[in-house]
Design a binder for this molecule. Sequence first.
Ligand code: TXE
Length: 476
Amino acid sequence: MHMRINGAEVPSAGAGWKDVKNPATGETIDRVPDGTPEDVKNAVESAESAFPKWSGKTGRERGLLLFHAAAQVRDRHKELGRLLTIEQGKPLREAIDEVRGFCNVLEFYAGLSSQPAGEAIHLGSQGDCMVFHEPLGVCGAIIPWNMPVIIMGWKVAPALLAGNTIVMKPSSTAPLTALSISAILEEAGLPPGVLNIVTGSGGSAGEAIVTHPSVQKVSFTGSCATGCRVRELAGSRNKEVILELGGSDAMIVMNDADIRKAVDGAIRGRFYNAGQTCTAVKRLFVHRDSAESFISLLKVRVESLKVGNGLDPKVDMGPVNNRQQYDTLSEIMRSVKENREGTILTGGSPLKGDGYNNGYFFEPTLVRDVAEGSALLTGEIFGPVLPLMVIPDLDAAIREANRSPYGLGASIWTNDLATVKRVYHEVHAGIIWVNRHLTVPPEIPFGGTKESGIGRENGYRALQEYSRTKTLFLGW
Ligand code: TXE
């Protein structure tokens, strides 16, 4: 596939290509151009030329177009879901959900298009003021490979509705569905140049987007290290950023919790998308009174997960997306075994042999009583490995939950309101779920504290992230 600039497929100004592989088989399924700074320059120019007309439309006109585009993507959800499974690895049912989720995001923002924006301020004898919300101009969006379609929606939909034009870079290991979707948006009537996609590496195409003088704001989702780099590059140019940098979400199960419901929550929370979700359950704390019954039920459920090619409808979990993830995970588990960093209750190794050859498959893994300082607790484990600790009381749970540099989400499983109140007030995170984990519908603001990032996506407020106020002072 080619990049999409100014409403058309274009080859790169450079000669390079990047292979896109199916993580379940290792086969090359397509290739995309290795975009250069020259490609980014062309894309930004195209976004700049499209801006006056796009920002000149009424919000309702832009909203109608988003509705229409959502319907066209929805019509093709099966074929897009299949493409997403082939390039990303997730089970088809999750891939289709993600495509539908993208449509939900478009529809949510389209629905906001008729909301009144701006304010009128009466200043007595001094006069009256009107505060308008203006789009920023050209915005940059940098997308990872774990949820490449929904994260595209989170960035593109509010930016477009607010009247901005966009240059977006998908990840090199999952760019294809995003490219197909942007072509569908254009077929649905999105004018050429409003959404431009440059493929390629982060160091070249990604940094060229962040540093281009005409790009007003960059929204980035990815690792902490890259997010810091993006922030530095943008900050030294006085550019705003939205950074969503992952997490190490705690799930706390108290002794009054509904154990079956909590086990379901832990399974979905950790093993959905092979554990590669920013808000996945990455550390599980269980109250000692219910620990043994909870753990034995959980172990049975983890062992029953069927791993395989996501196109097989019987599969619960696919491979991890790429070699780097696979190697990192293998290395972490090697260290856990060698240094006795915890008791592995099940799993712990890459899956080899029949049906798994050349794929990045990893066993669903449960590790209990993880030692302090283990990477399982200090880093962000982006794969199907669930570390579990038994805690004596709520004080310990809150203390442990906060012992992470991240602060994206956390969940508390209980029926006691006083417990909910304490966790809500004392755990540092952008979202606290009660008897639930992972769910992020477009209606709610999403983003973290501490090293999980800055700014918020989703919800009504995201429109403000993509606009600036301008005031008209009428002195009369
Ligand atoms: O991320 P990168 P990687 C975490 C997760 C994972 C780790 C590494 O823990 O194991 O990050 O993943 C682009 N300037 N998350 O290496 O490098 C890159 O091309 C501008 C959590 O894949 O951050 C891709 O499009 N852009 C996370 C995107 O940034 C650059 C989701 C993410 O890549 C760039 C993914 C640069 N210098 C990984 N370098 C979440 N928040 O959910 C790379 N990129």
